[in-house]
Design a protein around this ligand. Structure first.
Ligand code: COA
Ligand code: AMP
Length: 635
């Protein structure tokens, strides 16, 4: 089909409010917007001002009432435990209503926060939707974060209740969540009134009387009592959730998502971007702890009346590199979304794609990749092996939905390898120099979005309007700073090349090297350190820490290395994948004392570099090169 992308983009540019007002007709509102966009609301304006709505109603109830009651809403497929379970829209409603009743019994109401710290089980999705139903604000914390990270989020979000689980399951090991939760509550100065704990058969836990409540017995009781919980009307501009993401310090940023704009944008994206029809089966192979999980495991597909797969497993090893193909063929998945790293892992195990031939993938139409740069090799391997278009698209936690994509639903454009294609309607993307001057085509600069951001993007940070302004809006007046660098080519295709801050992307997981430096520097024997992301064939990037010992320290340095690695795992969590800690005598710096992390990274990655003009002592670069060579990190 000929692409209607350019026409659609033009329609949006001609009349942004009219464009989104039209898209908003796909959502059921209790009362309509007084203003589609109010430029005077919030920090930079608010979408669907004056409207009232409920996200859970739009995800569940209206489908139950509208003929999808028996259609599968959620399929839980867990190769790591061997479990499989599906929930129709009416069964999903029953689960969500029961949990909403339990939350109400614990005093949770509109505007209260609830932290959800859970593995990839359907109850995590029920918990998000139950909060949405009663107007509570959820904050999901990824299971791979350690107690200290959870504690930071508890202190920032001050939740009334935490919903968690006895354990998560990783290949070869069971992760006891309850001790992590207890430690986090101990560490936090804000204490939740109650926790609701899902006991899993792989490892149960002790419940603390008066504080911990059993998820299953409480919800079963609510069901047996026939409890009804109506959807609570909230303002379109009220927060639906807060999702913490790495910032440039150890203090994560609480990205807020509102209710109204979020629904409009996600619903529109399911057909226009992903080309999925209501009733079809869609699979985002991510985790509910990340934005992809929020938008495209839970809210997007359910708003659309599609069937969503919630997968508890890994692309390899659960049990093999054919798992993805098994899930696609068994559930007739039409489109999948995952991170390129998952495909790199599969390609490594099964380079000739032999396992693919064991499955009937005739239902499968499109593969979407995002979360990190998709290297052309991986894309081409996936194209060849699966014989479907492979679409790289670009977005971030802050946007909540794609900023650049090849819009399959509007008719795909030609693919250019290495590019996530073109700006999505709603986003006017420009590339400016550090001084704010427009860059010519094909020239690298700061990638910015002209304000205002479209519906669905963050209106601000939780309790931190000023931090929001400083982090995103102040450096380039009139623009939102994505903190990505790249360029736009002569055909208007965007290329994302690097971050402009200290964020790195490890296996599609966003991490702050600044946060890791804070942990490493806290080691009593360490005087100074630098953490940077170095290239890795599988995970895209891996953190590597360089540290200088305090003078006079005579302990075995190998021991200290181990302690540093253990410290990052303990304070940030296994997800940081911090396994390289290297003692050095000196760190290269500018004359004003700034560590030359970028140059060190180039050395580690074997990329040609220029000796920075401002360097204090160029000899240190040779020392770093020698150390990296000795470790086999560079040649
Ligand atoms: N709870 C507890 N620990 C977790 C966890 C969780 N939810 N998720 C990951 N971890 C642990 C892992 O077990 C691993 O621990 P280890 O150091 O003891 O081995 C560590 O955190 C690092 O995890 P990860 O970087 O994911 O590496 P991996 O080797 O386990 O898996 C991939 C590598 C590529 C298979 C996996 O990262 C993957 O499937 N990624 C793509 C999909 C995705 O999730 N994308 C996110 C955004 S779209
Ligand atoms: P997150 O907030 O975890 O989704 O991470 C967002 C960041 O991941 C972006 O700012 C980019 O740096 C990177 N990213 C996401 N998608 C892509 C992509 N398709 N190509 C290159 N980088 C990407």
């Amino acid at each position: 089909m000929a692409s209607t992308y350019r026409e659609t983009y033009q329609n949006w540019q001609n009349d942004p409010e009219g464009f989104w007002a039209e898209a908003a007709k796909e959502i059921d509102w209790y009362s309509p917007a007084v203003k589609v966009f109010n430029p005077n609301g919030g920090v930079y304006g608010t979408w669907f001002d004056g409207a009232t709505c409920n996200t859970c109603y739009n995800c569940i109830d209206r489908h139950v009432e509208g003929g999808r009651a028996t259609q599968k809403a959620l399929i839980y497929d867990s190769p790591i435990t061997g479990a499989q379970q599906s929930y129709s829209y009416s069964e999903l409603k029953q689960e969500v209503v029961a949990l909403a009743a339990v939350l109400q019994d614990r005093g949770v109401g509109k505007g209260d926060r609830v932290i959800i710290y859970m593995p990839m089980v359907p109850e995590a999705a029920f918990a998000m939707l139950a909060c949405a139903r009663i107007g509570a604000i959820h904050s999901v914390v990824f299971g791979g974060f350690a107690a200290a990270e959870l504690a930071t989020r508890i202190d920032d979000a001050t939740p009334k209740v935490i919903i968690s689980s006895s354990c998560g399951i990783e290949p070869g090991r069971i992760i006891a969540y309850k001790p992590l939760l207890d430690e986090a509550i101990e560490l936090a100065s804000s204490k939740p009134q109650a926790t609701i704990i899902l006991q899993r058969e792989q490892l149960t836990c002790e419940l603390i009387g008066g504080r911990d409540f059993d998820y299953r017995s409480e919800t079963e009781l609510a069901k047996s009592q026939g409890r009804e919980v109506a959807c609570v009307a909230v303002a379109a501009t009220d927060p639906l959730y807060v999702l913490y993401t790495s910032g440039t310090t150890g203090q994560p940023k609480g990205v807020i998502r509102d209710n109204g704009g979020h629904m409009v944008a996600l619903k529109w994206s399911m057909s226009a971007i992903y080309g999925v029809a209501p009733g079809e089966v869609w699979w985002a192979a991510s985790d509910v702890g990340w934005v992809v999980g929020h938008s495209y495991i839970v809210y997007g597909p359910l708003l659309h009346g599609a069937t969503s797969i919630l997968f508890e497993g890994k692309p390899v090893g659960t049990p093999d590199a054919g798992t993805f193909w098994r899930v696609i063929s068994e559930h007739n998945v039409v489109a999948q979304f995952t991170a390129p790293t998952a495909f790199r892992a599969i390609k490594k195990e099964d380079p000739d794609g032999k396992l693919i031939k064991n499955y009937d993938l005739s239902s499968f139409r499109t593969l979407f990749l995002a979360g990190e740069r998709a290297d052309p090799d991986t894309i081409q391997w996936a194209e060849r092996s699966l014989n479907v278009p492979v679409i790289d698209h670009w977005w971030q936690t802050e946007s909540g939905w794609p900023m650049a994509t090849n819009p399959v639903g509007l008719g795909a454009l030609p693919i250019k390898y290495g590019s996530p294609c073109v700006p999505v309607p709603g986003y006017k993307i420009e590339v400016l120099s550090d001084e704010g001057e427009p860059m010519a085509n094909n020239e690298l600069g700061n990638i910015l979005v002209k304000m205002p951001l479209p519906p669905g993007c963050l209106p601000t940070l939780w309790n931190a309007d000023q931090r929001f302004r400083e982090a995103y809006l102040e450096e380039f007046q009139g623009y939102y700073k994505t903190a990505d660098a790249g360029y736009i080519d002569d055909d208007g295709y965007l290329f994302i090349m690097a971050r402009t801050d200290d964020i790195i992307n490890v296996a599609g997981h966003r991490l702050s090297t600044g946060g890791m430096e804070e942990v490493v520097a806290a080691h009593p024997d360490i005087a100074e350190c630098a953490v940077l992301g170095i290239a890795d064939k599988l995970k895209g990037q891996l953190p590597a820490g360089f540290f200088i010992l305090n003078s006079g320290v005579e302990r075995d340095v190998a021991e200290i290395e181990k302690e540093v690695i253990a410290l990052v795992r303990e304070k940030i969590g296994p997800v940081a994948a911090f396994k390289i800690a290297i003692p050095v005598k000196r760190l290269p710096k500018t004359r004003s004392g700034k560590i030359l992390r970028g140059t060190m990274q180039k050395i580690a990655d074997g990329i040609d570099y220029k000796i920075p003009a401002t360097i204090d002592d160029p000899a240190i670069l040779d020392e770093i090169t020698e150390v990296l060579k000795a470790r086999g990190i560079c040649d």
